[in-house]
Design a protein around this ligand. Structure first.
Ligand code: FAD
Length: 422
């Protein structure tokens, strides 16, 4: 679509949150437009064909808390097959480099860490989750590695209160054709302008005025769904300035996680949906999913400082590291069997600037601050505004729906007030 000059509701961003908002508004009487800076929908949900036979979710892949995940029903309605195979996160294929008795010992240490964190959160005070590590415990490095996968950062930068607020039902499913593909299908009916980078939201006048890379438009209300790092960096600006929003976003930065997809020759030698951890006693290591959905490939996952360093090292560094780690575990013949196909670079992606949000110690309350409307005209959604499902795609979608409801309530209240005056 081309940019309209005026709408009732402008939604900034066509990720899960923006699409959730647009779908919730589609049967309202309000004219709506989604403005998206990229040339595609989905944002941090993006499925590609890494090769003609390998589907790769470059961003989100798991339907976390699947029994409470709104994308499950959407997938069913859109005829997207859901795969309920258990994730291989607690397994080590062939016990290679991480035998079962060691894994059980690690899981005991991890569970004890979570129990201490939960008890610490109950005190009501906030502090860094790293304070709940047992001094000297030999598994601390690996517990920190798990944090880099879950939070995108190490535990010294994670708020205990925020960690405790996250709801994990421990049921994790996948979308066979890709989570990003599901999002694209979900958003297919939304009124949308692509390649439309919004740089300024002027909320001084009676109508909101948006400056974009395709020109200017006015709106009665705006729903902002862009990632927190863009608000904190003021890549998108407000006039008058909204320092409380910028500060809230800065307290909820995006950590970093990156994925790499490696083609696998002779796949029959490895089990479908197996798991491998590259090392066990340190934080700088990859986590590997062998033959996801039985495909002829290995998917690697890296988080935190290590992911940042690999991304900074340039194209191919992630794949090289992944191959080294897999070869160290499975044997030297795997060097010849693995071929890099694709890798993500979410840190340098100008419209993401990271993977997903975590609250810094002392900033758990910032999710509610960021989510709060301004003057009942400027509404906020996106994964970082979810109170309990932050950092996820379904959490993001639900916040978009929540913001759309807020808009509709305000519009209805205004109409009622106008009718009373008449
Ligand atoms: C590697 C990785 C793995 C993940 N794994 C999972 C997983 O397994 N399960 C899960 O649930 N979640 C996962 N996530 C997180 C999940 O992808 C995100 O939480 C979710 O997709 C965020 O949706 P959103 O709508 O809040 O933001 P986004 O998807 O980032 O959408 C925001 C949109 O705004 C656009 N935008 C930005 N700035 C502007 C601007 N100025 N003007 C116009 N448009 C703009 C962006 O291009 C983007 O499309 C993962 C993420 C990554 C990166």
């Amino acid at each position: 679509m081309s940019l309209p000059s005026s709408v009732d509701v402008a939604i900034i961003g066509a990720g899960a949150a923006g699409l959730g908002a647009a779908r919730a508004l589609e049967h309202s009487s309000l004219s709506t437009i989604v403005l998206e800076a990229r040339d595609r929908v989905g944002g941090r949900g993006h499925t590609i064909m890494a090769s003609p036979e390998i589907i790769f979710d470059v961003g989100c892949g798991w339907l976390h808390s699947a029994d409470r995940n709104s994308f499950v029903g959407i997938a069913e309605r859109l005829n997207f097959e859901i795969d309920k195979t258990r994730p291989p996160w607690r397994e080590q294929t062939f016990d290679r480099g991480f035998p079962q008795h060691e894994r059980l010992d690690f899981i005991r240490a991890l569970d004890a860490f979570y129990a201490r964190a939960e008890a610490a959160a109950m005190s009501g005070r906030d502090s860094a989750a790293s304070l709940c590590l047992e001094p000297g415990n030999r598994w601390n490095g690996m517990i920190d590695a798990i944090s880099t996968y879950i939070n995108g950062t190490e535990l010294d930068r994670v708020s205990i209160q925020d960690m405790d607020a996250y709801e994990d039902t421990e049921i994790n499913w996948r979308v066979r054709r890709g989570y990003g593909a599901l999002m694209a299908a979900y958003g297919a009916s939304c009124p949308l302008v692509l390649d439309c980078n919004v740089t300024l939201i002027d909320h001084a006048g009676p109508r909101l005025r948006l400056e974009t890379s395709q020109g200017t438009l006015t709106a009665g209300t705006v729903i902002v769904t862009v990632p927190t790092n863009l608000i904190a960096d003021e890549a998108i600006r407000f006039a008058p300035a909204l320092p409380s929003k910028v500060a809230a976003a800065a307290g909820l930065p995006l950590g970093l996680d990156n994925k790499v997809m490696l083609a696998l020759d002779q796949p029959g030698d490895l089990p479908a949906d197996g798991g491998l951890r590259g090392a066990t006693m340190r934080t700088e290591m990859g986590s590997f999913h062998l033959r996801p959905f039985g495909q002829p490939c290995i998917e690697g996952f890296f988080g935190g400082h290590f992911a940042r360093a690999l991304e900074a090292a340039g194209e191919g560094a992630l794949a090289a590291q992944a191959i080294d780690e897999v070869v160290a575990l499975l044997g030297n013949d795997y060097r010849g069997k693995l071929k890099p196909l694709a890798e993500s670079r979410w840190g340098q992606d100008p419209f993401a600037r990271g993977a997903y949000s975590h609250a810094l110690p002392g900033h758990a309350d910032k999710r509610a601050v960021l989510a709060a409307p301004v003057d009942n005209r400027l509404f906020f959604a996106g994964e970082a505004t979810s109170p309990n499902f932050f950092s996820t795609a379904h959490g993001a979608r639900d916040t978009g729906e929540r913001a759309a409801m807020e808009v509709m309530e305000v519009v209805a209240a205004r109409r009622n007030a106008a009718n009373h005056v008449r």
